[in-house]
Design a protein around this ligand. Structure first.
Ligand code: AMP
Length: 274
């Protein structure tokens, strides 16, 4: 496994892999890797000749009062876990390597990035779209694996890659969960034992929403309200939003964001109307 920290080194390595006929799988992360990230790496390794994992805590996607400084950083573990899951390269650049002169260029994806996380975290998706565009530009043609856990991010990235014609195929991967339903997240590390016991309420709210959709309830506001009601049964939880959105394919996507103590968790599920 090669640990690289400069843009030219990653570009050269992946260009050489492609010149030798290999396909490249890319997994973009902020590190503190868990089984959710590793499920993306394993899928990429199964479908591509080489896998590159990037580990970069991207300052552009954090708001001024968010957890940039506290975000867990453990590169040595991340490199070993990536290798164990089948990665050939780990790219872990410094902020100075990525943005030696800051950035005057921001990628903004309208509409798709406006609601839910975009509303709760102003500027967040501009930061995401900008770093993903930059990493796509550095990595070159590849298949890039993203988790459905961050569903709106996935939609933002899909739209950005299509609009800007990046030679990148976006692959969506299912959400990895604990047995109690809690979606794996690097931010779960912030939860106290009592908060960890409370956190599965987010998933229970989504399941309640799904049950209504599957019973034929089409009123999206009613489904959102029912999910909010489940959230309200847990005193440690504070709802940010609970929304049901019908897609063009007839499926409904359910979204919940909530704070458990001071930790903000998001999750989503798909539901199919009868
Ligand atoms: P992050 O390090 O949180 O920026 O996430 C990096 C990538 O891993 C994103 O594509 C996430 O959607 C994905 N990811 C994070 N958590 C999970 C999970 N529990 N299951 C599947 N993918 C995940």
């Amino acid at each position: 496994m090669n640990l690289l920290d400069t843009i030219p080194a990653l570009r050269k390595a992946l260009d050489a892999e492609r010149a030798a006929g290999g396909t490249v799988g890319l997994v973009l992360t902020m590190g503190a890797l868990h089984e959710g990230h590793l499920s993306l790496v394993r899928r990429a390794a199964a479908e591509c000749d080489v896998v590159a994992v990037t580990v970069f805590v991207n300052p552009l996607q954090f708001g001024p009062h968010e957890d940039l400084a506290a975000y867990p950083r453990r590169l040595e573990d991340d490199a070993a876990l990536s290798e164990g899951a089948g990665a050939s390269y780990v790219f872990a650049p410094s902020v100075e390597e990525m943005f030696p002169d800051g950035t005057l260029t921001i990628v903004h994806v309208a509409e798709v990035g406006d609601g839910r996380e975009g509303r709760a975290r102003p500027g967040h998706f501009d930061g995401v779209a900008t770093i993903v565009a930059k990493l796509f530009a550095v990595a070159g043609p590849c298949r890039a694996y993203f988790g459905e856990k961050d569903h709106q991010q996935l939609e933002v990235v899909r739209r950005m890659a299509a609009d800007l014609s990046f030679p990148v195929q976006i692959v969506a991967c299912p959400t990895a969960r604990e047995a109690n339903g809690l979606a794996l997240s690097s931010r779960n590390a912030y939860l106290s034992p009592a908060e960890r016991a409370a956190a599965p309420v987010v998933h229970r709210a989504l399941l309640a929403g799904r049950a209504l959709v599957e019973r034929g309830v089409t009123d999206q506001a009613a489904v959102g309200a029912a999910m909010a009601e489940v959230l309200a049964t847990e005193p440690a939880a504070r709802l940010d939003y609970a929304e049901a959105l019908a897609g063009a394919d007839g499926k409904v996507r359910l979204f919940v964001a909530a704070r458990i103590g001071t930790t903000r968790l998001i999750d989503n599920l798909e539901a199919t109307a009868p």
